[in-house]
Ligand binder design. Structure first.
Ligand SMILES: Cc1cc2nc3c(=O)[nH]c(=O)nc-3n(C[C@H](O)[C@H](O)[C@H](O)COP(=O)(O)O)c2cc1C
Length: 197
């Protein structure tokens, strides 16, 4: 790992290394227009057969859904995400109708495709001066029940969205983690030809 955790080894758009996931948020409101802009970016992600399996449920702070959504997070995530501006639940549809078919069959790539949509969301938010933080730490069963998510849809993550806050507002052990993280070198992740990783 390089000394500066965010130096790209190859030429890429700076936005890729500028995006990172903080936990200190300002707790300011976000307009629905702004939030829908991030989801719009997600909408344009690629997917197998253009099946677009991603689905999003959201709550903005200071709205009736906010406390309900916060209650779905585990205690650790709630401790900092309560200062975010919005929470987005990332869901995918597990079946699709293939071209020419009349019945739905398993969508083998729904997770892969939905991951790419969340990536779009995160990058668009970052480009727009906001930050996102994905969370696996939430109660899937409770979320499904509470938000009436039917069978045939998988739940993946909750994304906190907000403006970057002062890390002094976080518990001390979290302040130390409030920095952009490094990445493994590319040669540990990609190989030409046979699998040598
Ligand atoms: C699917 C997913 C689940 C995550 N779950 C949590 C979580 O529950 N709590 C948390 O604090 N961070 C969580 N993270 C944040 C990751 O730890 C973070 O994205 C990773 O360390 C890379 O850092 P970066 O996003 O700043 O580049 C999650 C990220 C993703 C993509």
């Amino acid at each position: 790992m390089s000394a500066n955790p965010r130096i790209a080894d190859y030429a890429i758009h700076e936005q890729f290394i500028q995006r990172w996931s903080p936990r200190a948020f300002t707790g300011e409101a976000i307009s629905e227009e702004t939030l829908l802009g991030f989801l719009e970016a997600a909408r344009w992600a690629p997917s197998a057969y253009n099946s677009q399996p991603w689905r999003f449920l959201y709550a903005r702070r200071d709205t009736p859904n906010w406390e309900r959504y916060l209650g779905l997070l585990n205690e650790f995530n709630r401790s900092w995400a309560q200062h975010a501006s919005a929470l987005v639940i990332v869901i995918s549809k597990t079946t699709f109708t293939a071209p020419g078919a009349s019945e739905e069959t398993p969508a083998l790539w729904h997770e892969f495709d939905t991951g790419s949509a969340w990536g779009h969301l995160a990058l668009q938010a970052s480009i727009s001066g906001w930050h996102t933080h994905g969370m696996a730490g939430f109660d899937q069963e409770l979320t499904r029940k509470e938000l009436k998510i039917p069978e045939g849809y998988d739940l993946h993550a909750v994304v906190a969205i907000g403006k970057l806050g002062d890390k002094a507002t976080l518990a001390e052990y979290l302040q130390a983690r409030e920095v952009p993280s490094p990445r493994r070198p590319l040669n540990e992740l990609a190989a030409e030809g046979d699998f040598t990783l």
